[in-house]
Design a protein around this ligand. Structure first.
Ligand code: BES
Ligand code: MN
Ligand code: ZN
Length: 505
């Protein structure tokens, strides 16, 4: 990229360089290789003898073993032993293990070499899955985006999983999957946190071209001239006010004899100022560099499919431009002609996400495809409705929506269905065009989804609104504060388990 320091001289995906070593051992390595060890302690029970302190001593220190409670105990060998509360519940699920692993990693922030002993004996969770979520939890808790002094310093150099020899191979395979998933999520977070003047649509396309070969993906980038030829009036309309060109990025993952064909469409609004309908100078405006989290989540997820052996073919469309006010910007009352020929009267330039997504949805449904899933920071209304911990999902196929919900559960990136209440479609009626881009003041997430439905050509489709979950107000176990990259893990799980939806509507 150019050397203009105002555009930033740093890498848009810094955290993916210099990754920690993840290894599996059958016994605890020396302190030099693992300076901190997690020691799970249940509530009300005696801690394991290797902790070197008993329940009464732990109580003196205020540690009762409640879930996610941690206490660092200096070990006799110079190692930090982290008493990790696991509560008294008898069911430990994957999300809990991932959370506990993250709590451990955060309890000893100065320690760069960590070890976790996997439990022996019968567990509801397989050794491989256990290892996967431990690796995800630790690596994602130690992820950071910092491009200032010392930002290149790794926060973690090694993670050792200690497991009985009998399951070592399973653990190794699970740990490998965990690394792949954590890296995908890290790419999504990096891109979402990267400042908008650094990560323009053109730079986003370069990142896609850089990542694609290593991940076995085919990549094609469509620039402004091509988008004009293709009739992508939505992306071009939103881009009118910008000095930075738009890009449509198409990534293809094509395994031999695919078991299904899935299309993913991501909102890539590199910065959403609102355009002429300028946003107020509040906190949410300051977060709008993350308005490309949908595209970032897809980019991360796509890099993982080959390494995880996904059997479905997946094609991604990332619809990238910023949304800026200027003398050339889209005006209220303008009419855009979208890729499928439908005309849209623009009544609010801040309802830009649906405009860029419309073209992506049209392109995705022009070729044979079994299901279409889009992901977008689409509506402030979704943030108001569901808050920051759960994303909204709507669509025309309950089987597909069910698959999105299941994937969200496994990834611990939860979604909740909102109704695609079709009588509200009339709110989008225009007197001069096929539809407007603005519904009424209420049910904004639903009318936005109904707008998108106009462009899916009746294919099985689900829309994930991540406006709430794309930004986290505070650290929460493996989740970071700030732009979260929400959705990469969910999309991986969706693609891995994808089944051609049965017609139900
Ligand atoms: N990117 C925003 C949605 C958003 C808002 C995401 C707050 C995260 C936090 C989107 O482009 C937008 O501005 N939507 C408008 C739509 C309205 C003008 C119909 C909104 O939600 O206010
Ligand atoms: Mn907007
Ligand atoms: Zn937006």
């Amino acid at each position: 990229m150019s050397g203009n320091p105002a555009r930033g001289t740093f890498d848009p995906i810094p955290s993916t360089r210099g990754r920690p070593t993840v290894r599996v051992a059958t016994q605890l390595p020396p302190v030099a290789e693992a300076a901190a060890l997690a020691v799970p302690v249940s509530e009300g029970g005696q801690p394991p003898a290797d902790l070197g302190v008993d329940a009464a001593q732990l109580e003196v220190a205020g540690f009762a073993g409640k879930s996610s409670q941690t206490l660092v105990v200096p070990g006799a060998d110079g190692r930090a032993l982290v008493a990790l509360g696991i509560g008294s519940g008898d069911t430990i699920d994957l999300a809990t293990v991932r959370d506990l692993a993250a709590d451990f990693a955060r309890a000893v922030p100065q320690h760069k070499t960590l070890a976790v002993e996997l439990p022996v004996g019968d567990l509801a969770i397989s050794a491989a899955d256990f290892a996967q979520v431990v690796v995800e939890g630790v690596l994602l808790a130690r992820w950071r985006y910092f491009v200032g002094k010392g930002g290149d310093e790794p926060t973690l150099t090694s993670l050792t999983l200690v497991a009985p020899a009998a399951v070592a191979d399973d653990v190794r395979e699970g740990a490998r999957r965990g690394e792949v998933v954590a890296r995908a999520a890290a790419i999504s977070r990096d891109l979402s946190n990267c400042p908008a003047t650094t990560l323009t649509a053109a730079r986003m396309a370069e990142v896609a071209q850089e990542l694609a070969p290593g991940a076995g993906l085919e990549v094609e980038v469509f620039a402004e001239d091509q988008l004009i030829e293709m009739g992508c009036g939505g992306i071009l309309g939103v881009n009118l006010g910008s000095v930075d060109e738009p890009r449509l990025i198409r990534l293809r993952y094509s395994p031999p004899d695919p078991t299904g064909r899935l299309a993913l469409i991501g909102k890539g609004v590199m910065y959403d100022s609102g355009g002429i309908s300028l946003k107020p100078a509040d906190e949410s405006h300051a977060q709008m560099k993350n308005d490309m989290t949908g595209a970032a989540a897809i980019m991360g997820a796509m890099t993982a499919l080959g390494e995880l052996g996904c059997s479905a073919a997946v094609t991604a469309y990332l619809c990238c431009t910023d949304n800026m006010p200027s003398g050339s910007a889209m005006k209220l009352g303008d009419v855009l002609t979208m890729r499928n020929g439908k005309t849209v009267e623009v009544l609010n330039t801040d309802a830009e996400g649906r405009l860029v997504m419309a073209d992506g949805l049209c392109l995705a449904t022009e070729e044979p495809v079994d299901a279409v899933v889009d992901i977008a920071t689409l509506t402030g209304a979704c943030l108001r409705t569901l808050g920051v911990e759960v994303a909204g999902v709507m669509g025309n196929s309950s089987h597909l929506i069910g698959q999105v919900e299941e994937a969200g559960g496994i990834a611990d990136e939860p979604v909740w269905e909102l109704p695609l209440y079709r009588p509200y479609r009339k709110q989008l009626d225009s007197s001069i065009a096929d539809l407007t881009n603005m519904g009424g003041v209420n049910a904004g997430s639903i009318t936005a989804a109904l707008f998108l439905e106009e462009f899916v050509d009746a294919h099985p489709w689900a829309h994930i609104d991540i406006a709430g979950t794309a930004q986290q107000p505070a650290v929460r176990t493996w989740r970071n504060k700030g732009a979260s990259g929400f959705g990469a893990k969910l999309l991986i799980e969706l693609a891995m388990r994808f089944e051609v939806p049965e017609g139900d509507d």
